[in-house]
Design a protein around this ligand. Structure first.
Ligand code: ADP
Ligand code: MG
Length: 398
């Protein structure tokens, strides 16, 4: 789904109130009845003002009328939730304008944005309920078991968890983007000027980059954490040029890790499986891409386990669990991410180069919302740099 911010400046204060009312109402209602929207919005202009706003919002696709319902009502669309989050970021002065999309995955859209000073940052929009309809058969059960607002709940959880981990890792000095802000299903972070490892065809010294990546796995483990999706897309590699005294230039490679919604604790029941999977993913990639085989076996989970919290190292798994996540939230999110993985594996190969066509999260939604054609906007295949193209300020009057 494309984020189109064009309508944003044209929304009046009342429209935002009504949109917020629909969001509030959807906490307890799959379809928010119109009288409830009226009550929650409490506009000075009365009911007719609310109706005017409802039409305006429905027209630009931020809310959608649900016709099959026993009663007349509306639900928030992805676009509506995007606008609410952007509106919050804009009001808090974290985001001023929105630029190009630099990545689109099955679980997120990645946009370059700028703050008031013009500094470029990254907005990650989590889209956890989104599933390709080409795989819908294998997902019947998944779809059946979801209630209409679960995509909103799960996407918000993913953003909250990712932000909490990014904060904890950043504070501990790990090479991760700087977390800047979070609202609903989105986070704002610093833009890393680097290519994903996936795009790097040659490195001067594979052994040394391999060692750095493995030692990051071990360092995470010593703080009680496993990345859980440690692959060539989630490792960005910075190229830092350095000139020695004799004038010889060399390039130092510095990995930056991203993408944290699936991180797990070293205490997780399947910790060993996740740990081994991360290690093997790097091994496999280095063999395939750089024909590099490490001289030593391992590292092994049982050794890493002994280092957890050693010498008073901060337990980051505990920090995050203490930051307001209930066990149920973590379990819901884990289940959703696991479902997602099954879907990905199921369609691997079939449409590897074509994963920007992820449809909306339900058939009904697909009918209601017009899908724009998604062009290839980089998909993280290009260096994450913006060449102009920022929108005007998001708020009217800016
Ligand atoms: P997903 O959960 O969909 O995999 P990621 O967080 O891994 O999302 O981001 C997808 C792609 O977007 C990455 O592979 C990378 O190319 C790009 N990207 C994400 N965050 C940043 C960032 N902070 N700086 C630069 N590029 C980024
Ligand atoms: Mg990723």
């Amino acid at each position: 789904m494309k984020l189109d911010t064009r309508a944003m400046r044209h929304l009046a204060a009342e429209d935002w109130r009504v949109l917020t009312a629909v969001e509030m109402g959807s906490k307890n209602h799959e379809i928010v009845p119109t009288p409830l929207i009226e009550k929650l919005a409490r506009l000075r202009g009365g009911v007719s003002g609310v109706h005017r706003s409802i039409s305006a919002l429905a027209k630009v696709g931020l809310i959608a009328r649900v016709k099959e319902a026993k009663y007349d009502g509306y639900r928030l669309t992805y676009g509506g939730l995007d606008y609410l989050a952007l509106h919050t970021h804009a009001s808090r002065k974290d985001v001023y304008s929105v630029g190009n999309r630099i990545g689109v995955g099955k679980e997120s859209d990645i946009m370059v944005v700028a703050d008031h000073s013009g500094k470029q940052c990254v907005l990650k929009i989590h889209r956890l309920g989104r599933i390709s309809f080409r795989t819908v058969k294998s997902n019947r059960d998944y779809l059946k078991n979801r209630n209409a607002q679960s995509w909103m709940y799960l996407s918000r959880l993913a953003a909250m968890k990712e932000y909490a981990f990014m904060n904890a890792l950043h504070e501990e000095g790990f090479p991760v983007p700087t977390p800047l802000a979070q609202s609903r299903h989105t986070i704002v972070m610093s833009l890393v000027d680097a290519f994903p490892l996936r795009q790097i065809s040659e490195v001067p010294d594979p052994a040394s980059l391999y060692a750095d990546l493995i030692s990051l796995i071990l360092r995470l483990a010593s703080h009680g954490l496993i990345h859980g999706d440690y692959n060539e897309f989630n490792i960005l590699v910075k190229e830092i040029k350095s000139t020695a005294e004799d004038g010889t230039e060399s390039i130092v490679l510095e990995p930056v890790i991203i993408d944290f919604p699936q991180m797990v604790s070293m205490e997780h029941v399947n910790a060993e499986m996740y740990f081994d999977r991360d290690v093997n993913c790097i091994k496999r990639f280095f063999l395939r891409r750089f024909h590099f085989t490490p001289s030593q076996p391992g590292p092994f989970f049982k050794d890493a386990k002994k280092t957890v919290g050693k010498g008073g190292l901060k337990r980051l798994d505990a920090t995050v669990e203490a930051s307001g996540f209930t066990k149920k939230m973590l379990k819901d999110l884990e289940a959703a991410i696991k479902d997602k993985k099954t879907v990905e594996e199921g369609q691997e190969g079939a449409n590897e180069d074509d994963d920007d066509e992820y449809d909306e999260d339900s058939e009904e939604e697909e009918k209601e919302e017009e899908e724009g054609d998604d062009e290839d906007e980089g998909e993280g295949k290009q260096k994450a740099l913006l060449s102009g193209g920022l929108s005007e300020g998001l708020l009217s009057g800016e």
